[in-house]
Write a protein that binds this ligand. Structure first.
Ligand code: AMP
Length: 288
């Protein structure tokens, strides 16, 4: 029988567990999540298990990365089934603190990150990376892992956290794992649960249109930053808003010069369907 997992709720308990495992010379892996787990999250857990001896998964819906207009209150919370899925995988510790443990009264610190955090997601969600940076820094200090794994699904977030860990000398290796997709290629996301059936059909077009643009970029048939044809195809497919479609340098998300792609790049997009927001991204190889 699979053992039930009782989540750890306090920093002190987490530190005690990690301290014991470190004392035994074990390598600690960490996967932060906001819960409502799906196969994408589980793939990160498996990647952590393959690279470490003791895996901690956190479940924390971080209020600081939601603006007052966003879906903090309605964000899906499915702790019971999350715990069952993590128990099935044989995760060692689930850390699920409540908001007061992470942000006690009087909390007054923020982190501002520039570089890869500028533009793209930040243009629409200026609060977002500040919120992500503070919570990830705290979770990394609390769990003191050797490695932490993030999804390429949120590629800008991965690059931001990589930069943050380097800039703050956090003694952890930040790794990315590939995006896990549904049968039609839609990137799995906890927020896909918000989509109605017709919206879900339109959502499935996003990856198809982006992949087609990747092929055109790699063939030199379209060049950066001329992504008008991609935007037109998205509008034709039924998306009712395009926050951005952008080609950026793969390594630091800086802007690329106009013209053919001459170094590894990333095509990133955020679109809306029925007012719900979807993001996705693909690698683009340099020509030649
Ligand atoms: P979230 O719970 O949405 O904050 O995501 C927690 C982690 O899971 C982040 O590192 C995400 O990038 C990653 N993730 C979310 N969706 C996917 C997916 N479809 N494939 C791979 N990783 C994902």
């Amino acid at each position: 029988m699979i053992q039930e997992i009782v989540p750890i709720r306090s920093i002190a308990q987490l530190r005690a567990q990690v301290g014991r495992k470190r004392g035994l010379g074990q390598r600690i892996g960490f996967v932060p999540t906001m819960g409502a787990l799906h196969e994408g999250h589980l793939s990160l857990v498996r990647a952590a298990q393959a690279r470490s001896d003791f895996v901690i998964v956190s479940i924390f819906v971080n209020p600081r990365q939601f603006s007052p207009q966003e879906d903090l209150d309605s964000y899906p919370r499915t702790e019971k089934s999350d715990l069952a899925q993590l128990a099935d995988l044989g995760v060692d510790v689930v850390y699920a603190p409540d908001a007061r443990e992470i942000y006690p009264d009087g909390f007054a610190t923020s982190i501002q990150i520039n570089g890869p955090a500028i533009g793209l997601e930040s243009a629409r969600r200026p609060h977002f990376f500040g919120g992500v940076a503070i919570v990830v820094t705290k979770l990394l200090m609390q769990s003191q892992p050797d490695i932490a794994i993030f999804g390429e699904k949120d590629f800008q977030q991965f690059r931001v956290i990589e930069r943050l860990a380097r800039d703050l000398d956090l003694p952890v290796e930040i790794l990315a794992a590939p995006t896990i997709r549904d049968a039609d290629g839609l990137a799995l996301s906890s927020r896909n649960a918000y989509l109605t059936e017709p919206e879900r059909r339109i959502a499935g077009r996003l990856n198809v249109i982006l992949r087609k643009s990747v092929r055109a970029l790699e063939a030199g048939a379209i060049t950066a930053p001329e992504l008008v044809s991609t935007e037109q195809a998205l509008t034709m497919a039924g998306f009712d808003g395009i926050d951005y479609v952008a080609l950026r340098d793969e390594s630091d998300l800086s802007e690329l010069p106009a013209g053919p792609v001459t170094k590894p790049a990333r095509l990133l997009a955020a679109v809306r369907v029925g007012g719900k927001r979807l993001i996705d991204n693909f690698a683009v190889r340099a020509i030649g």
